[in-house]
Design a protein around this ligand. Sequence first.
Ligand code: FES
Ligand code: FES
Length: 179
Amino acid sequence: LPTSSVITLNVNGEPRTLPVDHRTTLLDALRERLDLTGTKKGCDHGQCGACTVLLDGRRAVSCLHLAVAAEGREITTVEGLADGGRLHPVQQAFLDLDGYQCGYCTPGQICSAVGVLREHAEGWPSAVTGDLRPEAGPPELTPEEIRERMSGNLCRCGAYNAIVEAVAHAADSTSAAPA
Ligand code: FES
Ligand code: FES
């Protein structure tokens, strides 16, 4: 059986063709083959969120996805969020509100936050109460709700308060359209 293939990944709106060993994770393909080093490797085991990207608009830890399985999907990394020279509102909020210290977890936090805003806009039920009744309506993005929804993204610097403030600020911004 072949152990490698030439695949085409759709990354940040561009087709990128590359040969990969079938065992290559999406994270390694992005960082080591496509030079998209904004996406970070923390644990490499799905536990820290540093490698979070968007797959078809949904949050995904790229260390737990194989590159070959990402063919045909829309992959968005932190490098692809800005609109030309204009930062994505979530990126701008992290800058304005100092939502980072060392910055290592930040690309994952930002991609995750973009996913959170999209989930909220789609009316996903509360992550705090777990209330699935339609009449419960979409939950308010309270700090508690943001903390719960962002709980898969760890920050070893402990910059959580500013991260939550940045996400709340981006959510309040009328221009915070999900990517
Ligand atoms: Fe993927 Fe930690 S590097 S979750
Ligand atoms: Fe340093 Fe989060 S800002 S790990």
